[in-house]
Design a protein around this ligand. Structure first.
Ligand SMILES: [Ca+2]
Ligand SMILES: [Ca+2]
Ligand SMILES: [Ca+2]
Length: 164
């Protein structure tokens, strides 16, 4: 009986903690894993999109693994036929894709078949493509293209938002 009660208490504490985390994302943001996400409504160039995220104490999303990739895809399916900037570029060294704002080479990518193709030798910024023909995967595009931003803002274990 004591063990069962302790288990219930533990579950309650863990669940209660999760709710506290969720409340730490600003209004209109979506929480998943260790981050808050904002899906922008205004089309911007890649660098303007990054600035937009910075203004919200965030950065263009770093998609670190398949779980995060799936989470983003699920959300974008509700907004059919659009293209979204993610925080990934090869503008430093051609075909070396780094998480933007870091010197970290991406160890997870999910390119559409035939991508990245650096079409016209002018495609250095990464897009989460929900338009037909890309299999809901990533494409490289010219950084000046006007697309929608996906911002990410991690929060630490104390629940306060940080820039990571
Ligand atoms: Ca991330
Ligand atoms: Ca390129
Ligand atoms: Ca391309």
């Amino acid at each position: 009986m004591t063990v069962i009660m302790k288990t219930h208490l533990l579950v309650y504490l863990v669940f209660g903690n999760y709710i506290c985390f969720a409340k730490d994302c600003p209004d209109m943001w979506t929480v998943d894993g260790n981050s808050c996400y904002l899906f922008g409504h205004q089309k911007l160039s890649f660098f303007s999109a990054e600035s937009y995220c910075n203004q919200h104490k965030a950065y263009l999303v770093h998609i670190n693994d398949a779980t995060e990739d799936s989470f983003i895809r699920e959300h974008l399916r509700d907004m059919k036929g659009l293209s979204w900037w993610i925080g990934l570029t090869d503008d430093d060294i051609e075909n070396t894709w780094k998480l933007y704002g870091t010197n970290e080479i991406a160890d997870f990518t999910n390119w559409a078949p035939g991508q990245p193709n650096d079409y016209g030798s002018n495609e250095d910024c990464a897009v989460f493509e929900m338009t037909p023909g890309y299999g809901e995967k990533w494409n490289d595009a010219p950084c000046s293209t006007l697309l929608l931003p996906i911002c990410e803002r991690p929060f630490d274990v104390s629940g306060s938002s940080i820039i990571g």
